[in-house]
Design a binder for this molecule. Structure first.
Ligand code: PEP
Ligand code: MG
Length: 882
């Protein structure tokens, strides 16, 4: 097995093995771009190391051989006292995890080679590089708290009477190295390692280990990145952006990652090393300014950017360094972008003839579309603008100001909406960033940590608000003081920050889905174009779960092609409770029939409304599902009320009657008890009343010239006999009511009990359609209570990697998905043409939609707001490359 590849040996398609950074460094090398030479240690090596806690056999020898080759090529040896080669050791996983894992720069410096470096690059530069090495190595490899180094640096600057690192001269930095070494010794009990090979090996281990750091694990969970991939490690010959004013470092995008507009976008920082830019520690200048600083490098950079866009056929982001007028490419990748930019750029590239529409829909996602459906600020009223800064990640966020991550987590846990305000963020703030509604920083641009991470999460973020003076527990801006607990509103699109709460309005994309004409807004045009294409490609139909005419009408405007689930129990709530109580309390047939007769016209009117809203489209009406006692007061409340009223001598006759009923119906496990078809078989006349209401409503709509297409769905079936019994009774009623009206009603079942999935062949004999109730199928497949487990222990399961995301959110393909597959195959084998759909929450989850496409279902059904997302994902599934 080969564990180490030179850049010349890789390419961009080897991300699994070389990680994103390594694969793209290889690609750029092979494109002939100026990449410093180096090699990549594979993710396989990392996985082996993490498993055995040691380098796998052969890895050390391979690294040695590659290092020697690198030294020969460059003509310098690692750590050579006279003229040292220095290397950077950089993480790089398959999926970008900005700032989550470790990097160590300047490996190879020690007390001797620092002098050699000084001879070539100057003493100040050499000692600055050495102190950076000790700092990074100490913090990442030996876990010395980074604050100690930061404090020592601040102290040195204070003594010098400056706030700028660049004012420290060679002697100051030499002295600082002495202090750093002491800090290192105090915390590790050993001297700073002088052997360059030992430094290299320890740095590689530290990068491997950083895969499992808490913040990296948290980020992976958030971004749904599998926990077992491991990271590659890139060992790259150092180039220096801190060699003086003719050196520098920067980041650039080939288009605006915020809007997709073409142009020159990026930040540049003269006389600095790369980490200074990403960390947002010093404020950068716009990339355009490089033209006047170093025109030759600027022109070359623009040429390279064009080459990269051509080659990758997409927006690329890059990191570069200029070392004494010579440009070096340190990284590129297909760049992260906002949701709006993703749609706009995909449509632009189609216009430019670079990609086709299939590729365009591959490049956007349902999750991004979901972000575009967020509301925006309505600025028509009065509002007070505090400052304008960089709109780094779009959205409109309103919340209480907090200044640290822990407080953000605490308040968000209490249900408060918070805005996390920081000078800059670092990876330790991740938990707070997840908890916050939005993030505001006073330093750093579009490429700062806060910006990159927030964009990845789809979280509103405004960066670089340098007018903010942040002290303890408050910030001041243009004379206004805003303290922790005050409310602000931040606009991640325009970068504006407002005092107080600004009202929000629906997004232009929602307005478009609601039926507004396609406007001149490039985003709306792009969404329209890509949605049309997704619709033309998809084989899955998309329906909506809706229980009212208003929901159904909205779903239809959003593109729903019918209703996949109407939960009729929702029609039993509100002011109808009393009628339901009467039904439950009814003793004897006459009382029960009277109660049902009172409910019948109400239900019929509900269905008429639904059928009208969905005129011409199928409407699946599910017969009542939950246990009836859900419609009665809680046992405890009622018992207390009866006891208290009884003590006061009040009349408790009716309440007592209710209490007896509740006690009689009480179940230990109501989710597994008397609900669904079981209820229909036990309470005479209940299902019959519903079937009659459906049929009468359909006939009424048909007589008025409409077209109602009801599908009656029986819930919680586990055995075909249950369905047969309900069906026989229903058919009698249907024949009687429908007569010659021309209405056609079909009868099918939910598949939501594992036994139903496993006996689907039998059940299909009695069902004209199946709809998978993946909520219950997940509950019963895993044996997880839907209502209890998520808060109770899922965090631990996520932490252990038992699953990467709650199976109630995204379908568990291997287990629950297998039940779906079996039932689909056996159902269709027994009844060719059996219609198959899904109406659990998974019907609107992007990953799950792809699975349902693969299984060959006919439709998914989801909440109205997720209908456009499901349409897009169904189209993407149809053009996915496997
Ligand atoms: C299901 O179980 O997936 C389903 C759609 O039904 P409910 O959520 O109402 O139990
Ligand atoms: Mg269910």
């Amino acid at each position: 097995m080969t564990y180490v590849y030179a850049f010349e040996e890789g390419n961009k398609d080897l991300k699994d093995l070389l990680g994103g950074k390594g694969a793209n460094l290889a690609e750029m090398t092979n494109l002939g771009l100026p990449v410093p030479p180096g090699f990549t240690i594979t993710t396989e090596a990392c996985r082996a190391y993490l498993h055995d806690k040691r380098f796998p056999d052969g890895l050390a020898d391979e690294i040695e051989a590659r290092l020697i080759a690198l030294e020969e090529r460059i003509g310098r040896r690692l750590g050579d006292a006279a003229d040292p080669l220095l290397v950077s050791v950089r993480s790089g996983a398959k999926f970008s995890m900005p700032g989550m894992m470790e990097t160590v720069l300047n490996v190879g410096l020690n007390d001797e080679s620092v002098e050699g470096l000084a001879a070539h690059g100057g003493a100040r530069f050499a000692w600055d590089s050495y102190r950076r090495l000790i700092q990074m190595f100490g913090a990442t490899v030996c876990e010395v708290p980074a604050g100690y180094f930061g404090d020592a640096l601040d102290k040195a600057k204070h003594q010098k009477g400056t706030r700028n690192d660049l004012d420290l001269d060679a002697d100051d930095l030499r002295a600082l190295v002495g202090v750093y070494k002491k800090i290192f010794e105090e915390h590790t009990g050993r001297r700073f390692p002088q052997d360059p090979r030992e430094q290299l090996n320890l740095a590689i281990r530290a990068v491997f280990d950083s895969w499992n750091a808490d913040r990296a694990a948290l980020y992976r969970r958030q971004e749904r990145i599998p926990a077992d991939l491991g990271t590659a490690v890139n060992v790259v010959a150092m180039v220096f952006g801190n060699l003086g004013p003719d050196s520098g470092t920067g980041v650039a995008f080939t288009r605006d990652p915020g809007t997709g507009a073409q142009g020159v976008y990026g930040d540049y920082l003269a006389n600095a090393q790369g980490e200074d830019v990403v960390a947002g520690i010093r404020n950068t200048v716009p990339l355009q300014d490089l033209e006047s600083i170093d025109k030759a490098s600027y022109d070359q950079l623009l040429g390279i950017m064009a080459t990269l866009e051509d080659h990758y056929r997409d927006l690329c982001d890059i990191e570069f360094t200029i070392e004494r007028g010579k440009l070096w490419m340190l990284q590129t990748r297909v760049g992260k972008r906002t949701a709006a930019a993703a749609f706009t750029i995909a449509a632009q590239l189609v216009d430019e003839g670079v990609i086709d529409l299939d590729e365009a829909i591959r490049r956007v996602s349902g999750a991004q579309l979901g972000q575009l459906m967020f509301p925006r600020f309505d600025l028509s009223g009065t509002h007070r603008e505090l400052t304008r800064a960089v709109g780094a990640s779009p959205g409109a966020a309103v919340g209480t100001v907090v200044f640290d991550a822990a407080r953000a987590i605490e308040l968000a846990g209490q249900g408060e909406s918070v805005i996390l305000v920081r000078r800059e963020t670092n990876p330790d703030d991740l938990g707070g960033m997840i908890a916050a509604q939005g993030i505001l920083t006073s330093r750093g641009g579009k490429t700062s940590h806060a910006a990159v991470v927030a964009r990845g999460m789809g979280k509103t973020c405004v960066c670089g608000a340098d007018e903010l003076e942040i002290e303890r527990g408050a910030f001041t801006v243009r004379g206004t003081r805003v303290a922790e607990g005050d409310t602000i509103s931040i606009d991640g699109t325009t970068g504006r920050v407002y005092l107080g709460e600004v009202p929000v309005e629906p997004s232009s994309v929602v307005r478009y889905f609601e039926g507004a004409p396609v406007s001149e807004d490039p985003l709306v045009r792009a969404v329209d174009r890509l949605m049309r294409h997704a619709d033309s490609r998809r084989s899955l139909r998309v329906r909506s779960n809706a229980d009212t005419g208003a929901d159904a009408a909205r779903a239809r405007r959003f593109g729903a092609e019918g209703i996949g689930l109407c939960r009729t129990e929702h029609m039993f709530l509100g002011d109808r409770r009393e009628l339901v109580e009467k039904l439950i309390l009814a003793e004897g047939q006459p009382a029960r029939e009277a109660a049902l007769a009172a409910l019948l016209p109400l239900q019929r009117a509900d269905f008429v409304e639904l059928f009208r809203a969905m005129d011409g489209l199928p409407v699946t009406v599910r017969l009542i599902d939950p246990p009836l006692h859900e419609f009665l007061p809680s046992l405890t409340d009622l018992a207390v009320r009866v006891a208290v009223a009884g003590e006061r001598g009040e009349d408790v006759g009716r309440e007592k009657e209710l209490l007896t009923a509740v006690q009689r119906m009480h179940e230990q496990n109501p989710m597994l008890g008397l609900r669904g078809v079981r209820l229909g078989l036990v309470v005479p006349g209940l299902f019959a009343m519903q079937v009659r209401a459906i049929a009468e409503a359909a006939v009424e709509v048909a007589r008025a010239g409409g077209s109602a297409r009801p599908e009656i769905m029986v819930p919680l079936v586990g055995a075909v006999q249950e369905l047969e019994t309900v069906r026989a009774e229903a058919e009698k009623i249907l024949t009687e009511v429908i007569g010659d009206s021309g209405v056609r009603v079909v009868i099918g079942t939910m598949i939501e009990v594992p036994r139903a999935a496993l006996t689907a062949g039998q059940i299909a004999e009695a069902a004209e359609f199946f709809s998978f109730g993946t909520n219950d199928l997940t509950q019963m497949g895993w044996g997880f209570s839907r209502d209890d487990v998520e808060g109770a222990f899922f965090w631990r399961y996520l932490e252990l990697g038992i699953f990467g995301i709650s199976p109630f959110e995204s379908l568990d393909r291997d287990g629950v998905g297998r039940l779906v597959r079996i039932a689909s195959e056996e159902g269709r084998a027994a009844r060719p043409g059996l219609k198959l759909g899904v109406c659990g929450e998974h019907g609107g989850d992007p990953d799950s939609v792809h699975f349902f496409h693969e299984v060959g279902l006919d439709y998914v059904s989801c909440s109205p707001f997720r209908v456009p997302i499901a349409r897009l994902e169904a189209g993407r599934a149809a053009v996915a490359r496997t």
